[in-house]
Design a binder for this molecule. Structure first.
Ligand code: ASP
Length: 439
């Protein structure tokens, strides 16, 4: 049974200054079940502003080179003291600043440096809300290899949260077995929020950010796309792989295993229900498809050989050629006498000849060819499963938009259809698919 408690995580723009702090605190106070608050470091207040995390990295880089970093550090201090005074708090971070500066001088490490944004912001938020401050370094753990250690973390964090009524926990970091601070990758406060939700066995993990959840497709391609109200974890994985941002990819795993939903919400528009990310859902999306995402910059390595389908180990030998060159592949659609291996262009650059030579040596093909400038589009939706005619609608829409389809790959789960088009057709293709299902 999940508890009734909610975990709320606020991103950097939701805590960029005192005005945003007030909104965030108002959201927390408006629902008594919002018990555990995970905070990011102050983010950008305006477009060209610099995030505290980036300021900390830059400042530490100076410190580690032995360059004077006083002015940079003073700017960081000011961002925090401005928030404190604008909120009218009776709080001083002077001794904390001293400690951090001292640690910079003694080269405490980039991870430690970056983590201080969340740490200091957590202290301010706990003071403002009157909630206990729980330092993530004492409750979130990584193993010797630097991988997040769920078991050890739950062993310590779960009992702590069970005996705590309300608390603020800084996001983004934890500690290594030798007690040094380690951060997750960028945007990692999302992961902390998920871990805290799991440890608290929360009813819900609310992730408050600066957008009202996921949109069906990229608003830079389609004007004002409709929002996604509900999405399953698996659909989200498919879309995230294709570049649909908003939530850190690793934030899904801790909560998914415990069936805790994530609700993406907008701090600047708290009445918007946002997007619910759930494990399974009976109801399918109104539009059959849930979302469309895509990326440019793929290459296709085409291999032709008569009767390849009768040759044992053919596919394995082709893939070995990529492995030998330290490359991953993305997709591998194949025909009777042809096989295409799709890779990220960046991973192929400079290795073209080596890969082709290796393929020739291993499988002696009739012909090989590399084609660049491929874009992939993923059309994702639990509603496509068993819905007849979905593929036909997509292909008709693309034909009407005069887009040439270069590749098609449907996952066996019927959850997604991946389409390869020329990069120059990418935007038109996304628009055509959106219009046929959603408009
Ligand atoms: N402050 C960190 C970053 O900028 C972590 C986060 O905000 O989630 O990446």
């Amino acid at each position: 049974m999940n508890s009734q408690k909610k975990v709320v995580k606020f991103g950097g723009t939701s805590l960029a200054d005192a005005k945003q702090f007030r909104k965030a605190a108002g959201i927390v106070r408006s629902d008594p079940s919002r018990c555990f608050v995970v905070v990011s470091a102050p983010g950008k207040r305006f477009k060209d502003d610099i995030k505290i995390t980036d300021m900390l990295y830059a400042c530490y880089d100076k410190a580690s080179k032995g360059t004077n970093f006083d002015a940079d550090f003073a700017e960081i201090e000011k961002r925090f003291t401005d928030i404190i005074s604008d909120l009218g708090l009776d709080l001083s971070l002077e001794s904390e600043f001293e400690k951090i500066k001292e640690a910079f001088v003694h080269h405490a490490g980039r991870n430690y440096a970056a983590s201080r944004g969340e740490y200091l912001n957590g202290i301010i938020m706990s003071d403002y809300l009157g909630y206990e401050f729980i330092d993530a370094a004492e409750y979130i753990f990584f193993d010797e290899s630097g991988n997040f250690d769920l078991e050890t973390t739950l062993g310590k964090l779960s009992p702590k949260l069970a005996e705590t009524d309300k608390a603020v926990i800084p996001g983004f970091y934890g500690s290594m077995p030798d007690d040094t601070v380690k951060t997750f990758s960028r945007g990692g406060s999302d992961v902390t929020g998920s871990i805290v939700a799991r440890a608290a066995n929360a009813a819900l993990y609310e992730n408050w950010t600066d957008v009202s959840g996921f949109l069906i497709c990229d608003p830079r391609i389609v004007e004002n796309p409709k929002p996604i109200r509900t999405i399953t974890y698996r659909e989200l994985r498919e879309l995230a792989y294709m570049g649909a941002g908003v939530l850190h990819e690793d934030a899904i795993f801790p909560v998914r295993a415990a069936d805790i939903p994530i609700n993406i919400r907008n701090t600047d528009n708290p009445d918007d229900p946002g997007t619910m990310i759930v494990s399974e859902t009976a109801e399918s999306s109104k539009y059959i498809i849930t979302g469309i995402a895509g990326k440019k910059n793929f290459s296709v390595v085409q291999i032709e050989k008569d009767m390849m389908n009768t040759e044992k180990g053919f596919g394995r030998n082709v893939l070995r050629a990529f492995e030998k060159n330290d490359m991953c592949f993305e997709h591998m659609p194949s025909g009777i006498d042809t096989m295409s291996v799709i890779v990220a262009t960046d991973s192929l650059v400079g290795k073209e000849k080596a890969v082709l030579d290796e393929i020739h040596e291993r499988v002696n093909p009739d012909k090989t060819e590399i084609e660049n400038n491929l874009a992939l589009i993923a059309v994702v939706g639990r509603g496509m499963r068993k819905a007849r005619g979905t593929a036909a609608r997509i292909f008709t829409a693309l034909a009407d938009a005069r887009v040439n389809i270069k590749m098609i790959d449907q996952g066996s789960s019927e959850l997604n259809i991946i389409i390869g088009v020329e990069e120059e057709d990418f935007e038109a293709a996304v628009r055509a698919i959106y219009n046929v299902f959603v408009k």
